[in-house]
Design a protein around this ligand. Structure first.
Ligand code: SF4
Ligand code: SF4
Length: 458
């Protein structure tokens, strides 16, 4: 089903995140799957994954993400699965790594090993490949992951991947250490008011995120993804959330209050606006702006679009191979994907749809494509929404133009610097009178396909 047909049927082309294993060799303090956690690990059987891929393809799913744990622990199997998904007709295939294969840059780093991995992946229909980086400060990332020498190893590996036609995205899981340990660990007691605290919090994160993007560029990355904090707290559990994806956590390093989240997303918008003509950044500003509104107005459902998790997007859990609406709604076991009839799932009315977390894999495409769905399903609602938040239309249009300038984040293409410069020139000026560019883009949009542009926390 192409995007036009999907939108006309009030659906977004499907996305399935398959957790192929929950085994991992990293020590990330922000993740429940770190190697030091004691729980019975699972790896999903290869034939079972293939049956899931077949079913997904047959049901019109367009995007499959192979996540972990650490997907590269068994690269031969991963390559087999990517090839299988490609042969089944899935156009958007993604995976990534915590980068352990690049660690120990001084001692054990092997160019042959990295070349072999790059060549293996280049021989598949993989579209996007991510490599994790948690901080602008190399030593902090290495300590958090437990991989000494990994950052310079990544720096050495990137040209090899580029030579093979793979342009990895740096994957930042936002955390309190993103600009160094001082970024998000402010002593609240030292501030006279909550506003004073939030102002400093905002400034620190804004600067930290800018330093992060600059560091990513300096290392040689040409594409960036940002995973919003995957915290899950008691309050959220009370609302009925129960994580099935153990990348979620209650750890303070990724746990933020509503007010902090609002500042965090504002800071991210500021950093993205400054850097998105220098490095291709997936995160749509329209989605972040919606989250800023969401965390400012608890009851305004029109502040955001409802998430399509459990409607168009699904998560397959490594432990039981079952389908869940997402990584958070672990109490809603939907069973085996091959037995599901996805076309019979009816989206919830907009004001009742889920908005319980910020999982960008599902929230970002829901926001980015939300106006198109609403344009068909409820055009007056769309007009009312944009009348209520007039800035939102310009932000959304700018995102679409940016996605176009980034070749829809095709990770097999180098950045088109000419297009990015043009984008930068266009949006460095005041936006008044630029609506015609948006309209031109809308025409381009209907002749193309928008991929699911998210990748996963690693
Ligand atoms: S907002 Fe989306 S990803 Fe988050 S809990 Fe709801 S369905 Fe799941
Ligand atoms: S975030 Fe990724 S790399 Fe880190 S422990 Fe979790 S699964 Fe492993």
């Amino acid at each position: 089903m192409n995007i036009i047909n999907s939108i006309l049927s009030n659906r977004i082309p499907g996305q399935v995140v398959i957790q192929i294993t929950d085994r991992c060799n990293a020590r990330c303090p922000q993740c429940g799957m770190r190697v030091t956690e004691l729980f019975a690990r699972s790896t999903l059987d290869t034939d079972r994954i293939k049956r899931i891929i077949d079913a997904a393809a047959e049901k019109g799913v367009q995007a499959i993400s192979f996540t972990g744990g650490e997907p590269l622990l068994d690269i031969d199997r991963l390559v087999e699965l990517i090839n299988y998904a490609g042969s089944a007709g899935i156009p958007f295939i993604r995976t990534g790594t915590n980068g352990f294969v690049f660690a120990n840059a001084k001692k054990k780093w092997s160019e042959d090993r990295v070349k072999k991995i790059a060549e293996q992946l280049a021989g598949t229909p993989l579209r996007n490949f991510w490599i994790s980086l948690d901080s602008a400060v190399d030593g902090i990332h290495e300590t958090m992951r437990g991989f000494p020498g990994i950052v310079s190893g990544i720096e050495k590996a990137l040209p090899i991947f580029h030579d093979n036609g793979i342009f990895p995205a740096v994957n930042l899981g936002i955390n309190r250490n993103v600009g160094g340990v001082a970024t998000g660990n402010l002593a609240r007691a030292a501030f006279i008011s909550e506003n004073d605290y939030l102002e400093v919090f905002y400034e620190r994160f804004k600067n930290a995120l800018k330093r992060f993007y600059q560091r990513a560029i300096d290392l040689g990355f040409t594409m960036a993804n940002t995973c919003y904090p995957m915290s899950i707290d008691e309050q959220e559990m009370e609302k009925g959330l129960s994580a099935v994806y153990a990348a979620t956590t209650v750890e303070n390093i990724v746990r933020f209050t509503r007010a902090e989240k609002q500042m965090l997303f504002k800071a991210l918008i500021s950093a993205i606006k400054q850097f998105r003509s220098k490095i291709r950044i997936f995160s749509p500003v329209c989605s972040l702006a919606s989250l800023v509104r969401q965390y400012g107005t608890e009851h305004d459902k029109k502040a955001t679009y409802g998430c399509r998790g459990g409607v168009d997007f699904f998560f397959i859990n490594a432990a039981d191979g079952h389908t869940y609406p997402c990584g958070y709604r672990g109490i809603e076991d939907l069973g085996e994907l091959p037995e599901m009839n996805l076309s019979r799932i009816r989206p919830m009315p907009e004001d009742q749809a889920c908005r319980q977390c910020d999982w960008e894999c599902f929230r970002d495409p829901s926001e980015l494509l939300g106006p198109l769905l609403e344009m068909v399903a409820d055009p007056l609602g769309l007009v009312r929404r944009f009348a209520m938040h007039p800035e939102a239309l310009r932000v959304w249009g700018t995102d679409l133009i940016y996605y176009h300038a980034c070749d829809f984040f095709d990770g097999r293409l180098p950045p088109n610097n000419e297009k990015l410069k043009r984008f930068s020139r266009l949006f460095s000026k005041k936006q008044s009178g630029k609506t015609h560019h948006f309209l031109k883009f809308s025409q381009a949009l209907i002749s193309t396909k928008i991929p699911h542009l998210r990748i996963d926390t690693q």
